[in-house]
Design a protein around this ligand. Structure first.
Ligand code: GLN
Length: 308
C-alpha cells in the first residue's frame, strides 16, 4: 500500500493543471505544490506520502459529517423535511436550485443544503454551536483540530453568494431567523484545519461504522453511516458525481481547498490534498490519484474483481 501511494505521488507530483480557489482570497495564497496522499484503514494502519503534516481547510469536505451530526440530533424524518437526497447536476454554489414544491435544497453536499444543515446545529450562541461541530471533527479524526481565523474571515467578508443563498432559504422558511449566525458557523466549519492524515482518519472512522479506529471513540451513530456515505456517492462530487461514479466508484467528497476524502465502507478512508482545482472545484491531482487507486485495488463499489 505504501509503495502504491509513493508511485502515485511520483506519477502525479508534476501535474500542475488547475487553479487555486481565488474566490476565497486567503486560499489563493496557498502553495500550489503541496501534495499529500494518505490511506487509513479500519484496523488502524496508516500509509502516507508527501506533505502529510501540512494543514488545509476542510471546506466542503466537512459537509457529509455535519449532515451525520444533524441526523443524529434530529432524526431522519425531520432532516428529510429540510434537505433532500437528490443530485442536482449543478455547481456546488448554485443559487436557484431548490426543490419546486417544498423549496428544500436538493441535497446536503451543495452549499444550500450544507448551510441548512449547519443552521440546525443547536446551542445557545455561536460559540457553543461551533464547539459542537469541532467536537464532532475531533472525535472523527482522533486529533484536536481548530479553525483558521484568516481563512474564516476571508470567506465571511466575500461570501455574497452564500449570503444570498441563505436569505433565499430564510424566505422559504427552510432556515430560522439566525441567518448571520448560521452563516458564520458554516464559514467556521469550512475553515477547520486538518492534515491529510487527519482527513484519512475521518474517512476511516466513517468506514468503521462511526468509531475512530485508533481512539475507539464513537463519533457518529452507525445508524446514519449509510445516509452519509450514499450521499457522498451520489452528490459528493456535485456536477461530476456521475462521471465519478462511472470512472472511480468510490463515495467521496471534495473541498475547494484541494482536498478529497474517500470512504471504502468496512475497509479504509483515503485522503488526497493538492490545492490546484478544476472547473468544478475538485483537486486535479486528487481526482487522478483516487481514480488510479480505485483501478489498482479494484475499489469501485461496482467492481467484482476487488483485489483487497
Ligand atoms: N466554503 C466554501 C463555499 O461555501 C466551500 C465550497 C467547496 O469546498 N466546494 O463556497
Amino acid at each position: 500500500m505504501q509503495k502504491l501511494i509513493e508511485n502515485l505521488y511520483d506519477k502525479y507530483h508534476k501535474l500542475s493543471n488547475g487553479h487555486l480557489a481565488s474566490y476565497i482570497p486567503e486560499l489563493a495564497k496557498v502553495n500550489p505544490d503541496y501534495f499529500a496522499i494518505t490511506i487509513a484503514t479500519t484496523d488502524g494502519k496508516i500509509y502516507t506520502v508527501g506533505d502529510s503534516t501540512t494543514k488545509f481547510s476542510l471546506q466542503s469536505s466537512s459537509k457529509p459529517f455535519t449532515y451525520g451530526y444533524a441526523l443524529e440530533t434530529y432524526g431522519r424524518d425531520f432532516i428529510r423535511t429540510k434537505v433532500g437526497v437528490e443530485p442536482t447536476g449543478k455547481a456546488f454554489n448554485s443559487i436557484v436550485e431548490l426543490e419546486k414544491k417544498t423549496h428544500r435544497p436538493y441535497n446536503p453536499m451543495i452549499n444550500s443544503g450544507a448551510i441548512t444543515i449547519t443552521s440546525l446545529v443547536p446551542g445557545k450562541n455561536e460559540q457553543e454551536r461551533f464547539s459542537k461541530i469541532l467536537g464532532l471533527f475531533n472525535n472523527l479524526s482522533g486529533s484536536t483540530l481548530n479553525f483558521d481565523q484568516q481563512i474564516y474571515e476571508s470567506e465571511s467578508k466575500t461570501a455574497h453568494r452564500n449570503k444570498s443563498i441563505a436569505h433565499l432559504l430564510r424566505h422559504f422558511n427552510i432556515i430560522d431567523e439566525k441567518i448571520d449566525e448560521s452563516l458564520e458557523l458554516y464559514f467556521k466549519q469550512c475553515s477547520i484545519m486538518a492534515t491529510s492524515v487527519d482527513l484519512a482518519w475521518i474517512g476511516a472512522t466513517i468506514a468503521n461504522s462511526g468509531v475512530n479506529p485508533l481512539t475507539k471513540t464513537r463519533a457518529i451513530s452507525d445508524e446514519y453511516i449509510s445516509d452519509i456515505v450514499s450521499l457522498m456517492f451520489t452528490c459528493g462530487m456535485y456536477d461530476s458525481s456521475g462521471e465519478w461514479a462511472y470512472s472511480v466508484g468510490i463515495p467521496a467528497k471534495s473541498g475547494v481547498s484541494g482536498c478529497i476524502v474517500g470512504v471504502i465502507p468496512g475497509v479504509m478512508g483515503i485522503s488526497v490534498y493538492s490545492p490546484l482545482i478544476d472547473m468544478k472545484g475538485h483537486s486535479v491531482r486528487g481526482v487522478q490519484v483516487i481514480k488510479d487507486l480505485s483501478k489498482e485495488l479494484g475499489l469501485s463499489i461496482f467492481e467484482t474483481r476487488n483485489k483487497l
